[in-house]
Design a protein. Structure first.
Length: 146
C-alpha cells in the first residue's frame, strides 16, 4: 500500500477519533468525571486517538527526531498543535494516574480537559486547512504525503 493511501486511511480514522474525543471530553466535563465507565471510555478513545496521531506523524517524518522536525516546521500552527498535543498527552497520563488511584477528579484533570479542548480546536483547524486531502478522487490521489 502506498504511503499516501496509508495517510488517507489514518486521517479518516483521526477525523472520526477527533469527534469521539470531543464527545467523550464534553461528556466528562458535563458530569465532572463522575462516571467510572465514562472515564474508561475516554481513556480508551484517547489511547486510540494518540496512537493514530503518532502513526500520522510517523507517516510524515518516519523514525527521524520528531522534536527536531517540528521545531523546523515553517507552519507555526502545526508547531503549536504539536506542543499542545504533547502537553495534553503528558497531562493525560498524570490525570489518569491520579484518577486510577483515587477515582476522583483532580485539578490536573481539569487542566488536561482545557488543554484537550484547545488541542481539538487546533486539530480541527489543521483538518480544515487540509480538507481537500480527504477526497479519494483520482486528482487528489497524486498529491505527495510528505
Amino acid at each position: 500500500m502506498k504511503k499516501i493511501l496509508k495517510l488517507k486511511i489514518c486521517d479518516w480514522w483521526l477525523l472520526f477519533m477527533t469527534v469521539a474525543m470531543l464527545v467523550s471530553g464534553i461528556q466528562l466535563e458535563a458530569t465532572d468525571s463522575r462516571g467510572v465507565t465514562s472515564v474508561w471510555v475516554h481513556v480508551a478513545v484517547g489511547i486510540l486517538f494518540f496512537t493514530l496521531v503518532a502513526y500520522h506523524v510517523f507517516l510524515h517524518f518516519g523514525n527521524s527526531n520528531w522534536f527536531s522536525k517540528f521545531s523546523k516546521q515553517k507552519n507555526q500552527y502545526t508547531r503549536v498543535l504539536w506542543w499542545v498535543s504533547l502537553v495534553t498527552l503528558v497531562s493525560a497520563v498524570v490525570a489518569f494516574v491520579h484518577w486510577a488511584t483515587t477515582f476522583t477528579h483532580s485539578p490536573i484533570g481539569g487542566v488536561h480537559g482545557k488543554l484537550g479542548f484547545i488541542m481539538i480546536i487546533l486539530a480541527c483547524g489543521h483538518i480544515y486547512k487540509r480538507i481537500k486531502f480527504f477526497s479519494f478522487t483520482k486528482k487528489n490521489a497524486s498529491r505527495k504525503a510528505g
